[in-house]
Design a protein around this ligand. Sequence first.
Ligand SMILES: [Zn+2]
Length: 107
Amino acid sequence: MDTISGFAWTDGELDRRKVTRCALARVCGMCGETLGRPVVFVGDADEDARNSFHVPPLHDPCAQDLLAASGPGFVLVRTGGFEFVRPVRHDPDPRPRFEPNSRLAVG
Ligand SMILES: [Zn+2]
């Protein structure tokens, strides 16, 4: 995988504070600009299966760029909205994450 750079990343790693800012301010994880609809998530097969994504919501073109940089095995999911889930104490997944509400057809 190429090193990802974008608003929510610091040194190629997702930055928890910026991820939270994306969620609360509803800005794109790649470009940092205000999100519209649909919002788009990029994740691996496991995140797809659990409907739980770690990369913040993205604009469609920004998601396409991230998908291209992420390599094989990643998927793109479009949705009208999402829940922001903060990890609870002893959560098996200690990272904040995003759960798309209802998926829109990918076209
Ligand atoms: Zn963007």
